[in-house]
Ligand binder design. Sequence first.
Ligand SMILES: Cc1ncc(COP(=O)(O)O)c(C=O)c1O
Length: 424
Amino acid sequence: MNLDRKTFLRTAVLAPAALAAGAKLGAAPVADLPAFDAREPERFWQAVRELYPLTRERTYFNTGGLGPASRPALDAAAAVTAKLQEKCEHGHEQFAGHRKTVADFLGADPAGIAFVRNATEGNATVAVGLQLKAGDEVIFDDHAHPGGSFVWYQQARLRGLTVKLFTPDAGDPAGNVARIAALLTPRTRVVQVSHITAPTGIVLPVAEIARLCRERGIWFHIDGAQSAGMLPFSLREIDCDSFATSGHKWLGGPLETGVLYVRPDRLDAVAPLLVGSYSGELEFLPGEFRIAPTALRYEYGTRNVAAAAGLAAAMQLQEKIGRDRIAARGRELAARVRAGLARIPGIEVLTPSHPAASGAMVTFRSAKVPQDTLFTRLLKEHSFRCRPVTEQRINAVRVSLHVFNSPAECDRLVAATAKITGAA
Ligand SMILES: Cc1ncc(COP(=O)(O)O)c(C=O)c1O
């Protein structure tokens, strides 16, 4: 029996109750929002803010670390859980609809989409699954998050790979392509980049890097933990080999939602780390295990479809707000913070100002106050939850600006920074 037929039969057996629930729950009600009026934009953004249960007792500027989930996302996940628990079904047949929502959002073929736990798992699935050999070389940015870098160092230990690093060029997007090109050798097997770097929010020119790799037959993987939900893009247009992201950052999905994409025509290059039910089929033992023809091969065992429903609802909310509008809002708020900080003596902004190289994060440091003091005082005295940046001894503070943040919050952050650094 092939997988499609098996899926059909499983669906048919569960059909009446589960499908009815799925039909209702899969199409989670998208929140009511007023039409956007450019003359009164704050009215619209306040309505968006109302969709987040996030407390108003502190101001949240750490979406790059963990993004708050919106009520529509949380409600969709809770409703699916409640409904499934009534009859104690796992509801796996609902994954197909959510997979399509995620694929459409990322501009990808659903056959290449797997639900994973987080970006780390997606990155690791590719790094381990490619099964490189001693002496093979991998290149990635030295601003990579542990969720993107540790697995490569582990592979270097276990298999003898060589890791080569480039420092992201904050001044010139094209400079990044040149820095990667300078490290290529005949042993280069993989290039991986952070789509948007975590420490300082540099947007890397992924389509150009994809072209460079494709011309040389090198696997190109993108760690998109910081990009999905912050900026709109299409994986089809970028044309990378693989991509991983977190659902629980800029997308505002429930905790432990991640997505892995592997180009459907290259799935066989990435062996699944773990397999079980759903990863393939083996009707009777002993027999031949046949791997699933799609990225379903990276999923195994009993899953939490409610989390996928929450992620799909979070993406639907982003579509409703408007993905270009979200990106423009993030950039507008970032520009406001940047302009305010520029008036404070001794503040250095590390995030590039080049529009192609920056998004909705601003990382800055003070020549007068150490970053841990600045971070702690912003939190303790002014209730601003930012993120300390200690990577690569950058010693700075990172601010993430998302749809629930306001211009007034940005101004208060600037005023608090001026006060802490002695400028006000
Ligand atoms: C670039 C990057 N990659 C990976 C991760 C890890 O994400 P997750 O916790 O979803 O695995 C992060 C988290 O901040 C990140 O910024």
